[in-house]
Ligand binder design. Structure first.
Ligand SMILES: [Zn+2]
Length: 218
């Protein structure tokens, strides 16, 4: 009887260990390293990284994800920040920023847009790289692709929005040798285009050198 109980105990122990190992493998296989805070998750409202303003229509509120991206700042220090994007673009945005890091493209900072009260001018003047913002296109009534989480602005001070010779933000400049500048023939534009994104520097009526966007298939 004692022998059986020992065997049984050992057998149960082995079963338990193999169950734990298989669970662990499952977790690793199913790990989603990309979308950290899907807004459909019930806890998302408490996430400091996924802040959506109340004025965003309810029908859109579950279409966003907050993704953690790594980058190298202007001092060469490795950092990470959160970008809010459309949840269908979360995975590729992380990949794109990994590639930007690989080629050594520096990014000044990635702060949450909510830190600037969702004011794009303040964010741009601070040279903040950002994505989602529920707003209209500058000087237009048309809703921006940023409102859908389908656009990203990189280093706005080095990559201005230019309309009829007027640069935005006011402290911006566009010089090909500056740190973090996006150039037409450069690798940054190519990386985004490889993922099917378009670049505002290619536009005719205005140039938006900081801006990349992708239209999602509906
Ligand atoms: Zn933009």
């Amino acid at each position: 009887m004692e022998i059986f109980s020992v065997v049984n105990r050992d057998f149960c122990l082995i079963l338990l260990i193999s169950f734990l190992i298989s669970c662990n493998e499952e977790i690793q296989q199913n790990a989603e390293p990309v979308t950290l805070n899907d807004s459909s998750h019930k806890d998302s409202a408490r996430s400091p990284e996924l802040k959506i303003p109340e004025y965003v229509p309810d029908s859109m509120k579950n279409t966003f994800a907050s993704v953690k991206v790594g980058y190298i700042d202007f001092e060469g220090v490795e950092k990470s920040g959160f970008l809010i994007v459309h949840k269908d673009l979360g995975k590729e945005v992380v990949e794109i920023f990994q590639l930007l890091k690989t080629i050594g493209f520096p990014i000044d900072k990635i702060n949450p847009m909510s830190d600037y009260g969702w004011d794009d001018d303040l964010s741009m003047e601070d040279n903040n790289t950002s994505a989602f913002n529920y707003r209209r296109i500058k000087n237009s009534k048309q809703i921006s692709n940023h409102a859908l989480g389908c656009a990203i602005d990189l280093n706005p001070v080095q990559n201005p929005f230019v309309k009829r010779g007027v640069f935005s933000p006011a402290n911006s400049y566009y010089e090909r040798d500056s740190l973090g500048v996006v150039l037409k023939e450069g690798k940054v534009v190519q990386i985004f285009k490889d993922y099917g994104w378009s670049w505002g520097g290619d536009w005719r009526s205005v140039q938006d050198y900081q801006h990349f966007e992708k239209r999602l298939k509906r």
